[in-house]
Design a protein around this ligand. Structure first.
Ligand SMILES: [Zn+2]
Length: 499
């Protein structure tokens, strides 16, 4: 197989697929026509292409540039192959999910919008009813398809010659999942005792209940935090983003590659996203503002992805511009998103002098996320281990136990498959959170607490961004500070060490 021809085809595929995704989910094109795109690039996702990439990679010097690029292509090919093999099931799941209705107390709510309705619902018992009804539907209407999907993924992995799905992901993504599990489990053990003290006062302040009364169904409301909306006025949303980037020497309005889409459109997805159609030449940031704190966090998050992709060196090979370790781009996204928890930024951009409660709430939310993802990784490693012969019942019980223990509340069993992201994306998030904490500390030490107002900090970021995703998160940190990627910094950042 000619690898250079493969690269050219892969880049054309990525551009076409991302453009189709952008047009459909921005509400600019009704049909989502991805079949013809896959059809034009059939040769990319065959078992033969995967075998050939593995063979060619085996013949390279481990760690050299060619070996690295072939590994990224292999990751791309495997993901596309599994995607091809499961696309009919995925489409059927999406079709059913879009048609489902949750019935709660004489109300009918779309399955997909039910979590938004739940977040906006002030009555805790109604929230619990919405969630119970949605979970029942997840099991009764989607459960069979979810199980088929997982079995299909595992069968394909075996057919490609890997011992397990975990083994395959660890190899093609070059992540030591077992070591990451060990490190992150230590984070959960070390933050266990302080967790109630971080969460309790915030649950009391925002939901008006004791921690002992907190249910799984209250978490979306806790994250929504409507009482904070007043501090994040809609007319400051875009200006605060533009000013932040200007402080770093980036005039977003003047970047020909960056396209902001904040308009309302009937069929526009409520979920914000960044679509890197061309890296670095054409990047779309799509968001439908709904008001409040979330809009600011989401715009900054997607803005971090957007600036990363728009600043990649155009001379880099395809793999480093489009593929590689997603913990890298997620770290830049979180670096900006976390500005809404930064007292300097809140004061300078939004005029908030007393950010005490915002910081306490942000800290509790972040700790919930990290602890949940640590438990998710532990669970997914069991789910995707070599044939374990465990029953669905056993796995769903294990899922509820691991996440419930991490969050110290009762967790439902029904979402044990729906809650799983493909390709161990949970590992990308966990490593991104650790990398972002290191990166933010580096920027603060180098440029001061208002690092986002220093052009030199922008110069440093542009140097990192130019590299695309050539390096993994661990390698990038090693080059930057000589330090190892570890989770002790997260404990420290969340104020969980010492007295
Ligand atoms: Zn992201």
């Amino acid at each position: 197989m000619d690898v250079n021809a493969y690269r050219l085809s892969a880049e054309a595929f990525m551009t076409d697929l991302t453009r189709e995704y952008y047009l459909h989910y921005a509400g600019l094109k009704e049909a989502y026509e991805i079949e013809p795109i896959y059809g034009r690039h059939e040769e990319l996702f065959t078992a033969q292409a995967i075998d050939s990439l593995r063979e060619q990679r085996a013949a390279t010097e481990p760690g050299n540039d060619e070996s690295r690029r072939l590994r990224m292509l292999l990751d791309f090919a495997v993901e596309g192959y599994l995607g091809q093999e499961t696309k009919a099931l995925e489409a059927e799941l999406a079709r059913r999910e879009a048609a489902l209705t949750v019935h709660v107390r004489d109300r009918r709510i779309g399955f997909r919008e039910s979590s938004v309705v739940q977040a906006n619902e002030p009555d805790a018992d109604v929230r619990a009813d919405i969630e119970w009804a949605r979970n029942e539907l997840t099991e009764s209407e989607l459960g069979t398809l979810d199980r088929e999907l997982l079995e299909r993924q595992h069968r394909c992995t075996a057919a490609l010659g890997w011992g397990s799905y975990s083994e395959m992901c660890a190899e093609v993504k070059s992540i030591d999942l077992a070591a990451l599990h060990f490190q992150t489990a230590a984070f959960n053990a070390d933050s266990e005792a302080r967790f109630p003290a971080v969460l309790g006062p915030e649950v009391q302040r925002t939901l008006g209940i004791d921690l002992a009364q907190l249910r799984r169904s209250d978490l979306v409301r806790f994250f929504r935090a409507p009482e904070e909306d007043g501090q994040f006025p809609a007319d400051r949303l875009v200006p605060s983003f533009m000013e932040t980037m200007l402080g770093l020497g980036i005039d977003v309005a003047d970047q020909s590659a960056v396209h902001l889409d904040l308009d309302s459109r009937p069929n526009k997805s409520p979920r914000a996203f960044c679509a890197p159609v061309g890296v670095p030449g054409e990047v779309h940031l799509v968001l439908t503002p709904v008001g409040g704190r979330d809009d600011f966090g989401v715009l900054l998050h997607e803005g971090g992805h957007t600036e990363h992709f728009a600043n990649v060196d155009p001379k880099l090979p395809f793999e480093y511009r489009y593929l590689g370790d997603n913990a890298i781009t997620e770290a830049y996204a979180f670096l900006f998103e976390h500005l809404i928890e930064d007292p300097e930024w809140l004061r300078r951009r939004l005029g908030i002098e007393d950010a005490g409660s915002l910081l306490a709430h942000g800290r509790a939310q972040r700790l919930i996320y990290v602890r949940r993802y640590v438990a998710k990784l532990a669970y997914e490693l069991e789910l995707h281990a070599a044939p374990h012969g465990r029953s669905w019942d056993d796995l769903s019980a294990r899922y509820a136990q691991l996440i419930g223990d991490a969050l110290q509340l009762e967790w439902p069993r029904q979402t044990f498959l729906a809650d799983v992201d493909p390709g161990f994306y949970c590992a990308a998030y966990l490593r991104a959170w650790a990398l972002e904490t290191h990166l933010r500390a580096y920027l603060r030490e180098s440029f001061g607490p208002a690092w986002f107002e220093h052009r030199e900090a922008g110069d440093a970021l542009r140097r990192f961004w130019a590299e695309g995703q050539r390096l993994g998160a661990e390698e990038m940190l090693d080059e930057l500070t000589g330090r190892r990627l570890e989770f002790g910094v997260l404990l420290e950042d969340l104020g969980l060490v010492g007295t």
